[in-house]
Each structure stands twice: as C-alpha cells, then as structure tokens.
Write a protein that binds this ligand. Structure first.
Ligand code: PEP
Ligand code: MG
Length: 279
C-alpha cells in the first residue's frame, strides 16, 4: 500500500485535503501561526489552531511540525540576531533548545489539543542525534508534567549530516520524514530561492537519489515509517522514480493528491524499479 498525505498550513486546507482524498496530513506547517502577529501566539491561540486542524482531520494521522522559525521564516516581532547566512543559522530546533519558553508553549498546546486524536510531532532542522535527544527529553518532561502519554515523535530529515546518519536515529524516533526542499539546497550549496543557481537545485541528481534510496532502505529495514514531504514528492515527474526507490508514503499539496494517486495506481513496482536502475 502507498499512502498519499497532504501538506497543509491552515485549518481550511484540511478541507481541501479531505476533498482531494488525502490519506492523512503528513505535514502541518505551523509557522502559519506567526504570520501577521505582533507577538508569539499564546498557548490558547495555538490550542485553537491545532484543535481545528485535528477535528477536520477526522482521526486520520496528522503530523504537526514544530515551528520552523529562521531561514526564510522569521516573524517580524522575533528578535533575530543579524545573520549573514540565515539558512545555516539559528533555526527551528536550534532556537527551541535555547528558547525553552517557545518550545514548551508549543508542545503543551499540541498535547492538550491532541488528546483523543491521531497526532504526532515532527522536529525540523535536526542535525545531530544529541540535539534530538535533548529536545525529546524536554518533550518527555512536559508530557510528565501534564500527566499525558509521550506523543509519537519524529524527525524531519533535511540536513545532510542527519540523513547520512539516519541509522543512528532509528531507536529514538517513531517515524521519519524527508524534507527535500532544504536537503537539496544544503547538499548542492544552491539556495532554494535563488533563480541564478536554480540549475544546480536538482532533485534527480544521481548523488541525491542515492542518498534518498539509502534513507528509504534504512527506514524500511528498521520497520520505520518514512515519508517525503518536500515538493519533490508532489511533482508528478518524480512519482515513478520515488516508488522505484521504495517510497511508500508521499506528502504533497492537496490539489496534487489525485494526480499522484493516479500515477501510482498505473505503474507496477517492476516498472518503477526499472526507472531507477541507472543509479
Ligand atoms: C523541506 O525542507 O523539504 C520541508 C518540507 O520544509 P520547508 O519547505 O517548510 O522548509
Ligand atoms: Mg525545510
């Protein structure tokens, strides 16, 4: 079975996801909460947002990504030090480990809203296992304080060091997702938003596909669910390749779901494997 889930930002996006036949929500980009705000959203504001999403997701799986602050997503009010290289700077988990207030507010709001729902928590921009273990320990502390079970937690593999060492994460995560948008830019040293270097930003570069294949194999060998939630997964030109690489879980923008499902339904595993036999 191959699942096609949806990437969303707004509660209303879940309606689209349902309409287009999503098998669940594979990525909630919670930075939406930060747009047009003068301050960090309170726990109550966040609780409402997660609750609305989870209610609409209607007990299907829902992966809530913690706020990916930094890089191209710096809220106006956030006191970000001047960075010459924001994508390589203070971002996501790197901020959470220092700004425990932001981290704890988001985790508490998600856990409270998530009671009785199929939700899981995903951490962006993890580089080392050590970093992830530190973050996971904080999540466990909050769960204990709230007297709630530890939620399912996974890592968004989008930094080369992390994906190349994915095997070391296996015992410490409940699922894996690959963020190809950032991963490609970090591997090719080509800014994802810079048209001048766009020719280097290539998801079908053989060296990149080998890294994806190894990651999928590592997850499959360990019985670990793995999805790809970067734009690559929603590009119909790459669907056959990704099935050939062993991918069984796609997460894509809602309106692409029917097309991706149709493509998957019309290929055999043998054909898909053949399409990737050159790497
Ligand atoms: C990614 O990097 O592939 C990803 C899913 O996250 P974002 O595009 O939000 O950085
Ligand atoms: Mg990313």
């Amino acid at each position: 079975q191959i699942d096609v889930l949806a990437n969303i930002s707004l509660p209303e996006d879940v309606d689209d996801a349902n309409e287009y036949g999503a098998d669940g929500i594979g990525l909630v980009r919670t930075e939406y909460l930060l747009s047009n705000r003068k301050e960090m959203p309170s726990e109550d504001v966040q609780y409402d947002y997660y609750k609305r999403i989870l209610m609409k997701a209607n007990h299907k799986t829902c992966v809530i990504r913690l706020m990916d602050i930094g890089g191209d997503k710096v809220p106006q009010f956030f006191d970000m030090p001047l960075e010459f290289n924001p994508f390589m700077g203070w971002r996501a988990i790197r901020i959470f480990l220092e700004r425990r207030d932001i981290f704890e507010t988001q985790i508490s709001a998600i856990m409270k809203a998530g009671q009785g729902y199929e939700y899981s928590i995903m951490m962006p921009m993890v580089t080392t296992l050590q970093e992830w273990l530190e973050a996971k320990a904080i999540i466990a502390q909050i769960a204990a304080r709230l007297n709630m079970p530890m939620p399912r937690c996974g890592v968004l593999f989008e930094v080369p060091l992390a994906i190349l060492e994915m095997n070391t994460f296996m015992k410490e995560i409940d699922f894996a997702s690959v963020g190809t948008n950032d991963l490609i830019q970090y591997l090719s040293a080509a800014d994802r938003n810079n048209a001048k270097v766009n020719y280097l930003y290539n998801p079908i570069e053989p060296a990149f596909l080998k890294i994806i294949r190894n990651a999928i194999k590592c997850a499959n060998d360990n019985g670990m669910p793995l999805s790809i939630c970067g734009e690559m997964a929603g590009n119909p030109l790459h669907t056959v390749l990704l099935v050939g690489l062993g991918l069984r879980r796609f997460s894509v923008i809602p309106r692409n779901i029917p097309l991706i499902k149709e493509l998957i339904a019309n290929i055999s595993f043998a054909e898909a494997a053949e399409s990737i036999s050159h790497i």
